[in-house]
Ligand binder design. Sequence first.
Ligand SMILES: Cc1ncc(C[n+]2csc(CCOP(=O)(O)OP(=O)(O)O)c2C)c(N)n1
Ligand SMILES: [Mg+2]
Length: 540
Amino acid sequence: MKTSDLVVKALENEGVKYIFGIPGEENLDLLNSLKDSSIKLILTRHEQGAGFMAATYGRLTGSPGVCMSTLGPGATNLVTPAAYAQLGGMPMIMITGQKPITMSKQGLFQIVDVVEMMHPLTKSSKQVVHGHTVTSIIREAFRLAVEERPGAIHIELPEDIAGEESDAEVYEKTRYNRPVADSHNIVDAVHRIEKAKHPLILIGAGANRRETRTAIKYLVDKTGIPFFTTQLGKGVLDERSPLCLGTAALSSNDCVHSAIDSSDLIINIGHDIVEKPPFFMSKDGFDVIAVNYFAATVDEVYFPQVELIGDISSSISELSQHIDKPKHWDFSFVLDIKRRMDKSIEFFSHDNSFPVLPPRLVSIVRSAMPYNGMISLDNGLYKIWFARNYRAYKSNTILLDNALATMGAGLPAAMASKIIYPERKVMAICGDGGFMMNSQELETAVRLKLDLIVLILTDNAYGMIKWKQKDMGFEDFGLDFKNPDFIKYAESYGAAGYRVSNTDELEPLINKCFEIPGIHVIDVPIDYSRDHELLNQCMI
Ligand SMILES: Cc1ncc(C[n+]2csc(CCOP(=O)(O)OP(=O)(O)O)c2C)c(N)n1
Ligand SMILES: [Mg+2]
């Protein structure tokens, strides 16, 4: 069999449904092999779009998303998605082409060392040097991509190898069980939790990768310990819970930090240090019990005293089983803080000034989205507001990137979400800066006949950096730009375009757009002028 046919057969065997990408002439054998396969090629307008979509596929399904590009310039365009998947713990496999390796035809034209380039951004980066090894390389790629901690894998398939004959066989997928935590450490953890006076639970990214809700919900219900989340841990438990303290959207001085600072022990479920720290540990501060699939990386602000390493659900079930709720636990202070935080979120959720204030925007979006509706955020100042104020009801219903925190991924991630969950309502929320970084994927979305809303928050600036600039005492300089007419821009792609001219219009418009098939781009002028004051003010 031709090696490229074998590659496709091995991918089908792994259950791959889509390949996102842009082929070059070095991928033409592989492209041809895809022609008659069950795998659907999703052609994008930039390799970044393909990579972000593949990574999001991995994030949402737990199975690696696959993307492809040509050599040199195509592969260098995959650098940001590689970092996005790798830092974000999203299983993704990138297959890139290369000039023939057995006989050079064109000197170094378009040739850069892609395997070496991808090394620091992936769990593994390998060139296929012979058709005989291609099936084992693919099996290992899929195994390694999902193994905790999940991440990016790169395979380079040179043109001549793709075209050569091979008699290799496809390897069967194997099941594997995640190890469970050591029982001595469970006993130690239970002892410390029972001894603490004000324990709290933190839910982080790792808890959002596979089903852990049942076990964590049982622990919270049985013990009554209040919980808060990191940005990537949002939605594991329903945030309408009376015990939910919200999200640590900043590393310090965020509303929830008054609660964290009053705690003497944190049960830290699934957090690792790729996320902007939800808190800083100090030698004389609270203890941390880390519950995760893998060992914690220690640094000056994170050094857990006990670690439960192994399957998260299993560790949490063990804790629930053994903890006897002691009488001296006292949550009155943190629950009082919760009541005040809830009130302050409520305070701006009816403000009808225009351009819309960020907390008002969050409340409008929350009220327009159904229980399982998904919002996908790009990176900008509004992300902090959504992290802090948006109450997620279900896991992975708010997709944000608190690991690489790249601009440009919001729209492709929303598109991948809609492809995976066609029955759900999906909305991309982007700044005017981030949207323009991959806005060309509107064409892909229209061509794929997706139903999506794209909110563009216009402040004619890189608002997040402006906010930091002011916060750090610098003068306002160098961060303003002009925008195209987003209505005409959307229409030129075959999408519908709208601009809101008062705050009241937005929710009915969103509701209307969800009823009409196709892509709806809504330009929403946003007012960040009060963010300096509002973001630093948590409670009223
Ligand atoms: C690819 C990339 N470039 C630069 C940054 C740094 N950065 C973070 S937020 C931001 C501004 C975002 O502007 P916009 O998308 O308009 O959102 P806003 O904050 O204005 O709402 C920048 C430049 C980044 N995170 N990613
Ligand atoms: Mg902006």
